[in-house]
Design a protein. Structure first.
Length: 426
């Protein structure tokens, strides 16, 4: 089944997934950062203080995600979505009426938990649970909401802020989220759309039916968990950290700030392309076949932005970073199901999502410490590259032993062939 056939058959679920990931942007760093200058000016806050508010709110939301996110396994999807939307709208409204500094960390907490955390969690968990044969395509299509939000919403929000003001723009954000999600969930998403692609979950295999409920403490003891954690931690850690200081990177390279907009567009397009490419490949070969390799383009991206002085390096950096992020988002999501199964995927994903949210708080903080210490990007890029190389190397453990044995056998045969002496001419 190709993408067009899949979308025609599962239009409602695909649209639902895209809506949830796209609107999660209102809780993501790249959009919230647009409000930071106004909050600093309104409440006379320093860079360090508002960064602390943001970091603490992100860390607390990450700690809450495993407890809240696993409820999607026991609460109906529509109920869970509406409850999360209520929290999201409340956080947007609370930030818009802020009268003192303490409103800000509370609003940030709600936005990070509901937006970055739970909205993305709902989208990918539902795709992982209700699709089996076409899981890669489902996850990839739902993940398209992320580059869609990155490409459209920042410019739209800046226009709104310029026209109506930052507080009023938050009201419009809340109105958009509430109208789209509530109406779609109540009146478009029907029970017939929430049936598994196969009867695996309803009738189930014997393993699923007799399995004891998965506990998060047991997940954390598994080899699969520790195989996935470094990869899941690294991408948000590095992406958020480098995006947070993207103007500083441009200054470090001596380029004009105007290049950032074009770079972000290139990032979004590359991310969308790699997401769509990943889906059919994952369905055909399974996610673990690509797990060790999807970070290699990001390694190339970091090498280019560090070593190449030319302006075109910005676009190469953004494109290769987008390729890794897009392919990785689909690969890691599908791999969680391959390792832990579908039945309690909400419990599994909530744990990994909390790690992702936590890492997005650590990145800006660590890079900020390095920059404040005067070491600059001459240190940031090599440190990040070393971390990435180690993570790529440890990811090789996901390759099945029989695959590695086949590769070794082929290499030996090639070596023997090359080592053969040419027959003497008669």
């Amino acid at each position: 089944m190709n993408y067009l056939q899949f979308v025609r058959k599962n239009t409602v679920m695909v649209v639902f997934g895209i809506i949830m990931t796209a609107l999660s942007s209102f809780g993501q760093t790249f959009l919230l950062a647009l409000y930071v200058p106004f909050l600093m000016d309104e409440f006379t806050l320093s860079n360090g203080l508002i960064s602390t508010f943001y970091g603490v709110a992100t860390i607390v939301s990450a700690a809450m995600l495993p407890k809240v996110g696993k409820l999607i396994d026991t609460i109906p999807l529509k109920t869970f979505t509406l409850g999360t939307t209520g929290l999201f709208i409340l956080a947007l409204f609370f930030l818009s009426i802020a009268q003192a500094w303490w409103y800000i960390p509370l609003a940030f907490f709600g936005l990070r938990l509901a937006g970055q955390g739970l909205y993305s969690h709902i989208a990918i968990t539902s795709m992982s649970r209700y699709f089996d044969v076409n899981r890669g395509k489902a996850i990839s299509l739902a993940s398209l909401g992320h580059p869609l939000g990155q490409a459209i919403l920042p410019a739209l929000i800046l226009v709104l802020i310029g026209v109506v003001g930052w507080r009023e723009s938050l009201w419009l954000n809340a109105a958009l989220v509430s109208t789209v999600v509530i109406l779609f969930t109540l009146f478009v998403l029907k029970p017939e759309h929430l049936k598994p692609e196969t009867d695996e979950l309803s009738q189930g295999d014997d393993t699923e039916n007799i399995a004891i409920k998965v506990r998060q403490r047991d997940i954390m003891k598994s080899k699969a968990f520790w195989l996935l954690v470094p990869n899941i931690f690294f991408i948000p850690f590095a992406i958020t950290g480098l995006f947070f200081y993207q103007f500083a990177i441009v200054d470090f390279k001596g380029w004009d700030h105007g290049i950032i907009a074009g770079g972000l567009t290139a990032f979004a397009l590359a991310s969308a392309f790699s997401i769509l490419t990943a889906g059919p490949l994952i369905d055909k070969y399974r996610a673990r076949a690509f797990f060790p390799f999807y970070l290699i383009p990001y390694f190339i991206a970091l090498m280019v932005i560090w070593l190449v002085p030319n302006v075109w390096a910005m676009y190469v950096y953004m494109v290769f970073m987008g390729l890794s992020v897009g392919f990785g988002s689909a690969t890691v999501a599908a791999l969680q199901v391959e390792f832990f199964g579908q039945k309690y995927i909400g419990t599994v994903r909530s744990l990994f999502t909390s790690i992702m949210v936590l890492s997005s708080a650590v990145g800006p903080t660590l890079f900020g410490i390095i920059l404040d210490a005067g070491w600059g990007f001459e240190t940031v890029f090599p440190v990040t590259l070393v971390m990435l190389a180690l993570i790529i190397f440890q990811s090789m453990r996901s390759i099945p032993k029989y695959s590695r044995a086949k590769w070794k056998f082929k290499l030996k045969r090639i070596g023997k062939y090359k080592g053969l002496k040419k027959p003497k001419e008669l």
